[in-house]
Design a binder for this molecule. Structure first.
Ligand code: SF4
Length: 133
């Protein structure tokens, strides 16, 4: 098997996996608190009075890819307090800079911070506004 050509860009899926792997290692290396600070997340609204973006609440556990998540993948989701229905006003996965919209009609999107599907109406403590929005 020939050695990979380091001058060529990785295909999109490999690049995405590498980013996840990097972020996961970064979270483990600096601890969740430091990781959240580095990502600009960790802040929640004072009232917690509903999501307010009209995004559809989908159970991520019903989406493709959830069942095959590893224990460490699940641990990262839990440590970042991921929920399928945001309780923070105007903060959902769909208006987060780390959201990957689903392909075609798939109900769940993805997150650039951790592996597995996320609800469009979801939220975690790494939420960050879309740049320029
Ligand atoms: S889970 Fe949702 S809110 Fe959290 S970083 Fe990923 S896309 Fe953003």
């Amino acid at each position: 098997m020939p050695a990979p050509d380091a001058t060529q860009p990785l295909p999109p899926s490999s690049s995405s996996v590498s980013r996840r792997a990097f972020l996961g290692r970064a979270a483990a290396a600096v601890g969740v608190t430091g990781f959240l600070a580095a990502c600009g997340g960790g802040e929640e609204g004072a009232d917690g009075g509903g999501a307010g973006t009209g995004a559809e609440v989908i159970e991520a556990s019903s989406c493709l890819g959830y069942a095959t998540l590893s224990d460490s993948d699940q641990q990262i989701r839990t440590s970042l307090n991921y929920v399928d229905a945001s309780e923070v006003a105007d903060q959902n996965c769909v208006n987060c800079r780390f959201y990957n919209a689903p392909d075609e009609m798939a109900p769940c999107g993805g997150c650039q911070i951790f592996a597995g599907p996320v609800s469009p109406a979801g939220h975690c403590t790494s939420w960050a506004a879309i740049v320029g929005a």
